[in-house]
Design a protein around this ligand. Structure first.
Ligand code: DI6
Ligand code: FE
Length: 410
């Protein structure tokens, strides 16, 4: 029988506490572990003691001194690209102004649409880059970024191009979602169906043909778009071979979760008003529940998503920042995980699976999110030992180092 050739690796990390999320044990934790990298992939994961019998060699060996290692974090729901900000509205609300007063004065999403249309592509890249770097400094290695503040073909294209450029300039994976059905822009007035037709029949095919769209999203809400309007968008997306996801049941029960599940959608997001039928439909379709505690916290909403029902039905739960200037100006995925524990009562294990393996699934990515052989070597090395500390500490700078595709990232 031919002798087994000894493994040859590029990098061997030893002396690590590995939160692999690749097993049902809490955090999939491997104590005193080792992780080998070959090229851009994880080649081997296990207990350090198992190395002795493998006669493996590595070009570089790094002893992490007992530090915690997790998969690189995945922020699966952000609106990172936008012009201006809405801190002034935040101040007005704290002086007693209502959302309606602010909206009537031209505030709200309309204000961000105007600022985004006025900004150049390079200016948007610079401002979004600052926000993205904040997320990376807290352990993120994959980002989802939506359009939805341009609301013309040229400005939606501009937003999606900025998202693509962010991935290139920051050296991380960016997955884009087209969110043309975010709100009806002012110039369309009451001509809703004309706007929906423009988005579905002209903008989406054009932007998809330019390679700018990885998934299609929409805002299903009484103040936004109805299930009927979104059904046409989803049919178009499916015809173009694009997966769908949906802002669903954030402020009311519109049956959005059942709609996106009916299309085999990647995720339903927000879900504070999700009902039993929606949970059942998501469980059947394998649609991921993306919880966005930053929006509930910033809006001071009181209706919590049905976490117990999602758990009982086995629906995978993800957690994301929903970073946007109006309802969730949140620049830390670790803080989103803390809020998911404190406000939604997720366990630290659930919250951390929510910002790794389940967040990856919400983007249709199966090559990342766990520490297992064959996965992308996207890692986060932390200056803590207990995985629960990542959800426990509120703020702080806990990250020691990120690895992206097998190499240390700046
Ligand atoms: N849900 C939200 O909470 C945000 N968009 C959405 O679909 C609001 C975005 C904004 O206020 O700028
Ligand atoms: Fe959102």
């Amino acid at each position: 029988m031919a002798a087994m050739t000894a493994p040859r690796w590029d990098v061997l990390l030893t002396g690590a506490r590995l939160a692999t999320f690749d097993a049902d044990a809490p955090f999939g934790l491997v104590d005193d572990g080792a992780l080998a990298i070959a090229g851009e992939r994880i080649a081997w994961v296990g207990r350090r003691e198992a190395l002795a019998s493998m006669r493996a060699t590595a070009s570089e060996t790094v002893d992490l001194g007992g530090a915690l290692v997790t998969p690189g974090l995945v922020d699966c729901h952000t609106h990172l690209v936008f012009g201006g900000h809405r801190a002034g509205e935040f101040d007005m609300r704290l002086h007693g102004a209502s959302y309606e007063t602010i909206a009537r004065a031209g505030g709200g999403i309309a204000a961000t649409v105007a600022a985004t249309r006025a900004a150049s592509e390079d200016a948007l890249l610079a401002s979004a880059g600052e926000r993205a770097r904040a997320l990376l400094a807290d352990g993120a290695t994959t980002l989802e970024i939506k359009s939805g503040y341009g609301l013309t073909l040229a400005d939606e294209r501009k937003m999606l191009r900025v998202a693509r450029r962010l991935g290139d300039t920051l050296g991380v994976t960016v997955r884009t979602s087209f969110l043309g059905l975010h709100t009806v822009p002012a110039e369309f007035g009451e001509r809703r169906s004309a706007y929906v037709t423009e988005v579905c029949d002209r903008w989406l095919p054009a932007l998809a043909a330019e390679g700018l769209v990885d998934a299609v999203d929409a805002f299903c809400e009484g103040i936004a778009f109805s299930p009927e309007e979104i059904r046409g968008l989803f049919a178009r997306a499916t015809g173009l071979g694009l997966p769908v996801k949906l802002h669903a049941e954030q402020l009311s029960d519109q049956g959005g979760a059942a709609l996106v599940a009916a299309f085999g959608g990647l995720s339903a997001d927000h879900l504070e008003h999700l009902d039993a039928a929606g949970i059942e439909a998501m469980a059947r379709a394998g649609t991921v529940a993306v919880l966005l505690p930053g929006a509930l916290y910033a809006l001071r909403e009181t209706q919590l998503p049905p976490v117990e029902g999602l758990r009982a039905a086995g629906v995978p739960i993800a957690v994301a920042t929903d970073c946007n200037p109006g309802t969730s100006p949140l620049l830390s995925l670790r803080l989103a995980a803390n809020l998911a524990c404190t406000l939604f009562r997720l366990t630290p294990d659930e919250a951390l699976r929510g910002v790794t393996v389940h967040a990856a699934r919400a983007l249709g990515l199966t090559d990342r999110g766990t520490l297992a052989a064959g996965q992308r070597a996207d890692l986060a090395v932390w200056n803590v030992r207990d995985p629960a500390e990542l959800c426990y500490w509120i703020g702080g700078d806990l990250l020691r180092q990120r690895w992206v595709a097998g190499r240390p990232a700046a």
